[in-house]
Design a protein around this ligand. Structure first.
Ligand SMILES: Cc1ncc(COP(=O)(O)O)c(C=O)c1O
Length: 383
């Protein structure tokens, strides 16, 4: 199979596999016996690795069950924290291209009257303008959430610029960096964000573990109540094996990041150029490569049916993301593409650490053959 869906999940790196299998049968890290203390040391070492990689303090790292929980913890936890302090209904600002893990909790809070919500539309290339977000901020704004980079279009936002502008107004910023960490130099301290979410399985770690960075001084109400294991913010027995694998994957990803970024930039540009030579293919997202992730190529294919494309790619042995089919012959545009006004049948090809030049060349060959055939077929049906 030719795997071009690394933005959905990317295979674990060898370092992560080794750490997971080494610590899969770790003792309970809260136990006071020697085996428990050994497991605790594993968790704390992983926490240090995460803190070093993201440039924050280990005390600010909370392990979660993935990006979804980390986003929920930041959005709900910080809004609830603000509510407890002010006793009013806090205002929340999010971009319209956030992942559902941010948008849905934001809408859920607003639907219950626990927050008022402003959703900021993106530019046509999927980027969120700092000025548009600043316009939405009010004196009662308790949190702004803007993703570091978008999972579909690969558009990269100026999170550091946003956080700096909002620091003057004392408004905390949460950023969903799930798609960004593998190829962008994420720096919590330099950016000045209050919270950040990442997911291990997007950067070479296992599925089911992630991190919420919650900076000191930002009041957060927990989502999960129980033993209070992780800083009192997140209850549940420590997942020593998953945490160790997350730390190992992140350390390996950061060590390899600059080389990977250059390699993926070269590969994704080759892929983009090769596919733009096919009739009726357009590239979406920012025109400037510096403003899009090196891993993502998002295309619109004119005159091609989405379900036929998905089937043809599957038959050709290519795993890619070709738009969500929600019924026979019917497709539903994603909220991201709708917000950015992207037209045509979408196709996201995303590269990752195992991707090669041969993968890219094969994808170009297959799509150069498949797209015109699908277009002729669609024209025959509609004509
Ligand atoms: C931008 C973004 N945020 C959050 C998530 C959710 O992460 P997880 O799968 O670890 O829950 C994803 C995963 O698709 C994502 O792409």
């Amino acid at each position: 199979m030719l795997y071009l869906d690394h933005a959905a999940t990317t295979p674990p790196r060898p370092e992560a596999r080794a750490a997971l299998s080494r610590w899969l049968d770790a003792a309970n890290a809260s136990s006071t016996h020697a085996a428990g203390q050994e497991a605790r040391a594993v968790v704390e070492e992983a926490r240090e690795q995460v803190a070093t990689a993201l440039r924050c303090s280990p005390h600010e790292v909370v392990f979660t069950a993935g990006g979804t929980e980390a986003d929920n913890l930041a959005v709900k936890g910080i809004v609830w924290g603000a509510r407890e302090r002010s006793r009013g209904v806090p205002h929340l600002v999010v971009s319209a291209v956030e992942h559902a893990a941010v948008l849905d909790p934001a809408r859920w809070l607003a639907g219950r009257g626990e927050a008022t919500l402003t959703v900021v539309p993106p530019r046509g290339d999927g980027r969120v303008e700092v000025a548009a977000v600043l316009d939405a901020v009010r004196p009662d704004t308790a949190l702004v959430s803007v993703m570091t980079a978008n999972n579909e279009l690969g558009a990269v936002n100026d999170v550091a610029g946003l956080a700096a502008a909002l620091a003057e107004r004392d408004v905390p910023v949460h950023t969903d960096a799930v798609q960004a960490v593998a190829t962008l130099d994420v720096d919590v301290a330099a950016w000045g964000v209050a919270a950040l979410a990442l997911s291990a399985h997007k950067l070479g770690g296992p599925q089911g573990v992630g991190v919420a960075v919650l900076r000191r001084g930002v009041p957060v109400v927990p989502l999960l109540h129980g033993g209070g294991q992780d800083r009192g913010v997140r209850s549940g027995t420590f997942a020593a094996g998953l945490d160790a694998a997350c730390g190992a994957a992140l350390a390996a990803a950061v060590a390899d990041r600059s080389a990977l970024r250059s390699r993926l930039r070269m590969l994704s540009e080759r892929l983009g150029v090769g596919l733009l030579a096919v009739d009726g293919v357009r590239r979406n997202g920012p025109a400037d490569p510096a403003q899009r992730l090196a891993s993502h190529v998002h295309l619109s294919l004119d005159g091609v049916a989405s379900d036929a494309l998905a089937l043809a790619l599957d038959r050709a042995g290519i795993a890619a993301s070709s738009g969500a089919a929600c019924g026979a012959g019917a497709t539903k545009a994603s909220h991201v593409l709708e917000a950015a006004g992207v037209m045509g049948t979408p196709l996201r090809l995303s590269l990752g650490w195992p991707s090669t030049e041969a993968d890219v060349d094969r994808a170009i060959d297959v799509l150069t053959d498949v797209v015109p055939r699908l277009r002729r077929r669609a024209a025959a049906v509609t004509g």
